[in-house]
Design a protein around this ligand. Structure first.
Ligand code: FRU
Length: 496
């Protein structure tokens, strides 16, 4: 049987065998097997399409396929047949990440073929860029003249083993591909290629480069406009920690500025980490018919312990809630897409409650919920929440006014998934710098069994992490070191 049919068959036969214990209720996951990066995130024929790095046969990374799903509202997804399998000589060891573009009613995928003749010799890896096309958005045919960009098309300063994750975009009659590359100095850079037919590509130059200042290889680049700002997104490997920033092995960074892709010029006005949590990687964006720029990412980090893998649950990995991006005061804000509100049920509402020390409220609890709240700090310095609380378990978060930091702590969350190589102070804790506005803190917190996404001050900062509590750990407690006023508190169950 060919590799694509084999994968589709395997999923059908085995998807009912996975363990449900840690499954999320309102985030995207595969039916079975391992997922990592979102791929080909696009809006096609009035529906959202999400492809993803996929190994159906195990709960660990393996030979990459492209899984596929579509949605009318970005929240409820329908699984579609696996779109790509590594079945050609130019992608024999994996169909790696890439993007999608619609042209005259057809959906085109541009992706990296990974060839790794000897696993012990990473220097022999070769990465090539390929195209596949579909008339119906479901069955894809790989171009006859793949690879469309070969390693011989690389400039002399680029390593052939690290050349991947093309972002394809259109400007007028031309197509551009921005491709992650590793410079011979060991650090990341973004190469630009141009084409008028997706088959023949000409190298234009380097749009941006790390010069060893911002990590090593830059994975999964994206480039788009929000208003007048040209936004670049990259996932650099091994950025060195800078205090409370870049504490994960690999990080995600946004760059704001003004650029011209044709001349490969870019002037930077801001650089920051996209998400301050433990588990957020390889984001991708799309622009829909309403002009919204929407981002989705993998809720996981490389080189971590994953309980669903260790405990043989048959699946691993999920995607974040899709988030709308905005540029405000030279910062990138993230707001959960409006559509999530359709799935809010069972509202529990409190307003104007003041308390000191500790507070629990009737029906404020749960594992698949959204909390939306506004807090006036009055004279207090610390206000926080313990969520997913049960016998000896709790996931802690709080704002420290004096330090102007929001802190997330998963040391008591449940299964220990700490990174043994991490510095002691960041094994379980993440902090992001943010200010109160008129002494107030606004939080939107989405909890979905093993995922916690915290949107602070209307999305100015976000913290995304996984936690593995017992199913009975579902209580919530508020705490403070002085009197605070909860102006508003809304809790919903999110039910799809
Ligand atoms: C990022 C990444 C990409 C690559 C893919 C392989 O997480 O390493 O650079 O294309 O995953 O699965």
């Amino acid at each position: 049987m060919d590799k694509l049919s084999k994968a589709r068959e395997y999923i059908k036969e085995n998807k009912n065998k996975i363990n449900q214990e840690y499954r999320l209720k309102y985030h995207f996951m595969s039916e079975i097997g391992w997922i990592n990066d979102p791929n080909g995130f696009s809006y096609y024929n009035g529906e959202y399409h999400l492809f993803y790095q996929y190994y159906p046969y195990g709960s660990y990374w393996g030979s990459m396929h492209w899984g596929h799903a579509k949605s009318k509202d970005l929240i409820k997804w329908d699984y579609l047949p696996v779109a790509l399998a590594p079945d050609m000589n130019y992608d024999a060891d994996g169909c790696f990440s890439g993007t999608a573009i619609e042209i005259d009613g057809k959906l085109y995928l541009m992706y990296t073929g990974n060839i790794s003749p000897n696993p012990d010799k990473p220097e022999n890896i070769r990465q090539l860029q390929n195209i596949a096309v579909s008339d119906d958005g479901i069955e894809f045919t790989k171009f006859i003249n793949n690879p469309v960009i070969d390693t011989k098309d690389l400039p002399s300063n680029a390593l052939p083993q690290d050349f991947r994750d093309p972002k394809v975009l259109r400007k007028g009659d031309s197509f551009y591909a921005i491709i992650a590359s590793r410079n011979t100095d060991g650090s990341g850079q973004l190469l630009v290629y141009k084409s008028n037919n997706l088959s023949d590509w000409t190298y234009l130059g380097v749009l941006l480069k790390s010069e060893n200042k911002l990590g090593e290889m830059w994975e999964c680049p994206d480039l788009f406009k929000i208003g007048d700002t040209d936004v670049v997104i990259i996932s650099p490997q091994y950025i060195k920690r800078q205090g409370d920033k870049y504490c994960n092995t690999h990080s995600c960074v946004y760059i704001l500025g003004k650029g011209d892709i044709e001349t490969c010029n870019y002037t930077t006005s801001a650089i920051d980490e996209i998400d301050g949590g433990f588990d957020f990687y390889a984001p991708q964006t799309l622009q829909d018919d309403n002009g919204r720029q929407i981002m989705i990412a993998w809720i996981q980090m490389w080189e971590r312990r994953i309980p669903t893998n260790e405990e043989n649950h048959g699946w691993a990995g999920a995607m974040t809630l899709p988030r709308e991006l905005r540029v405000i005061n030279n910062k990138l804000y993230q707001i959960p897409v409006e559509e999530i509100k359709k799935y809010r049920t069972n509202l529990v509402k409190y307003s104007d409650i003041s308390f000191e020390n500790s507070l629990s409220l009737k029906e404020i609890e749960g594992q698949n919920i959204e909390l939306d709240m506004k807090i006036d700090f009055l004279e207090a310095n610390i206000f926080g929440l313990k969520i997913l609380k049960g016998e000896q378990q709790e996931t802690i978060m709080y704002y420290d006014k004096e330090k102007a930091k929001f802190v997330f702590d998963r040391s008591k969350s449940g299964v220990d998934i700490s990174d043994s190589k991490a510095d002691e102070d960041i094994k379980y804790v993440r902090k992001v710098g943010i200010n109160l506005i008129e002494n107030k803190l606004k939080l939107r917190i989405f909890v979905d069994r093993i995922s916690v996404e915290i949107f602070i001050q209307d999305g100015e900062k976000v913290i995304t992490s996984t936690v593995y509590p017992k199913s009975a750990s579902r209580n919530i407690e508020f705490f403070s070191d002085g009197e605070v006023l909860i102006n508003e508190l809304n809790k919903w169950k999110i039910v799809l």
